[in-house]
Design a protein around this ligand. Structure first.
Ligand SMILES: *[C@@H]1O[C@H](CO)[C@@H](O)[C@H](O)[C@H]1NC(C)=O
Ligand SMILES: *[C@@H]1O[C@H](CO)[C@@H](O)[C@H](O)[C@H]1NC(C)=O
Ligand SMILES: *[C@@H]1O[C@H](CO)[C@@H](O)[C@H](O)[C@H]1NC(C)=O
Ligand SMILES: *[C@@H]1O[C@H](CO)[C@@H](O)[C@H](O)[C@H]1NC(C)=O
Ligand SMILES: *[C@@H]1O[C@H](CO)[C@@H](O)[C@H](O)[C@H]1NC(C)=O
Length: 399
């Protein structure tokens, strides 16, 4: 009779003292650190137990004023912590690092003091966002892929300009860590379309664009291959040659031109375009620009044809220039001699005329005629020197 009453009393007391808070959902990002909140009314003889409900595993315990990890499940080893300086004030929140998909689910925070016990339930939700989308060409198809996503992602294609050839279904795979990979291929892509792939999952979305290939003709002295401009500032830029050699990589503030390309690349950290110089047929091939910002990736391929001048090599171009200069000098000299002879002849004629008539009007007209001579010998203003002196000045300025 007495024993029975005591049991009833204990059950009633326990029931009265235990408070169950409503369940809160806490979103967390895979691989990152997550905070599971838990508050209680402070009191003496504190006991804290964090329990994973689906397995009933011990996550973290605290009593006798210190952490007690003897019963901790190995899957949580080294990943948990309480805020020691906050506990006495009623904060038993748990810090969980390196969150995995397996951590997802319901957790119980049990707190007991010599006054009351409390249970708080927290639902941990894990998302693995789409961090990057790769788009590349293989043989006769374009493949778009992304990995490490949770929950299950989706993938859609579109084209620019819009077309009705945009329904290629994706393949989805799941790793042992429960993360999803997704990929899809466009067989025989049309040469006049840009292909845009969008992957969404884990509360995020990213697109990757494959721009239709183009080609440009460059001269040996240099050329600029355009990339693109994205609506938001880019976070990384990579230029590749013939799909394999990296030409330059820009990521945040770091900017690196690969060995072997330094003599061909004009450094420009402002532009995403690639400016090349000192080209030969060895630099002929496919240039790929890959540009990313926080939402999208853009990939463009340009075929560069280097137009070599006949005779080939920069020496040939040099000698052509020298020959042109020499030729123009020769022409100049011939013209001068011709003009000089003509003028001398004219002057002689005038002198002869003057000797016969000698009138001042005729002298004046002779001077005017001198001023009307071709520009090579014409000097304006006070410099009324002899024709010989004028020619001397002109030649020295031209040379
Ligand atoms: C507990 O303390 C930590 C560290 O100061 C703080 O970030 C957290 O918000 C607190 N949690 C609650 C439920 O008060
Ligand atoms: C796609 O559109 C073209 C015209 O733009 C039409 O001729 C063709 O039948 C369409 N194909 C499909 C599969 O709907
Ligand atoms: C480049 O040059 C080739 C001939 O050498 C010509 O057929 C082609 O149209 C040119 N392309 C461009 C974009 O100028
Ligand atoms: C750029 O740098 C960040 C860290 O600085 C790194 O996480 C990221 O993978 C880099 N991206 C590329 C494309 O190299
Ligand atoms: C690059 O690719 C082009 C065309 O695919 C090829 O003609 C050229 O030989 C390649 N150049 C090098 C250096 O591999």
């Amino acid at each position: 009779m007495f024993a029975c009453g005591r049991v009833v009393f204990l059950v009633v007391v326990t029931f009265l003292r235990t408070v169950q808070a409503s369940t809160d959902a806490v979103p967390c990002v895979a691989m990152e650190t997550c905070l599971l909140p838990c508050r209680f009314s402070p009191g003496g003889d504190l006991v804290v137990h964090w329990i994973q409900e689906k397995t009933k595993h011990n996550v973290h315990s605290f009593y006798h004023d210190r952490n007690q990890l003897g019963a901790q499940d190995p899957s949580f080893r080294g990943r948990t912590a309480l805020f020691q300086d906050q506990i006495a004030g009623g904060n038993a929140s748990l810090r969980l690092t390196g969150v995995t998909i397996q951590d997802q689910g319901l957790y119980k925070c049990y707190t007991g003091t010599n006054e009351r016990t409390m249970e708080v339930f927290i639902h941990l939700q894990v998302n693995a966002p789409v961090r990057r989308v790769d788009i590349q060409q293989a043989e006769d198809s374009i493949t778009c892929s992304s990995e490490g996503i949770y929950p299950q992602p989706g993938l859609t294609w579109s084209t620019r300009p819009p077309s009705n050839r945009s329904l290629w279904s994706p393949t989805v795979q799941q790793t042992a860590q429960q993360l999803f990979s997704i990929s899809s291929s466009v067989p025989n892509p049309a040469a006049d379309l840009d292909y845009i792939c969008t992957v969404s999952g884990g509360g995020t979305k990213r697109t990757a664009t494959w721009a239709r290939p183009t080609s440009i003709n460059g001269s040996e002295s240099g050329t600029t291959i355009p990339c693109a401009s994205l609506p938001a500032p880019h976070t990384s830029l990579t230029w590749r040659f013939n799909h394999s050699h990296t030409i330059l990589k820009q990521n945040g503030s770091s900017y690196k031109v690969s060995d072997g390309w330094t003599q061909h690349v004009e450094i420009s950290t402002e532009s995403t375009d690639l400016t090349l110089k000192d080209l030969s047929s060895a630099q002929e091939g496919i240039y790929t620009c890959e540009l990313s910002n926080s939402e999208e990736t853009y990939v463009a391929n340009t075929f560069l044809r280097v137009q070599t001048s006949p005779g080939s090599g920069s020496n040939a171009a040099g000698s052509i220039a020298v020959a042109a200069v020499i030729l123009s000098l020769v022409v100049l000299v011939v013209v001068f001699i011709f003009i000089r002879n003509k003028k001398k002849k004219k002057e002689k004629e005038k002198e002869q005329e003057q000797e016969t008539t000698g009138s001042p009007e005729e002298k004046e007209s002779m001077n005017r005629e001198k001023e009307d001579n071709p520009p090579e010998t014409q000097q304006d203003g006070e410099d009324e020197g002899t024709p010989e002196a004028n020619e001397g000045t002109s030649v020295s300025t031209e040379a």
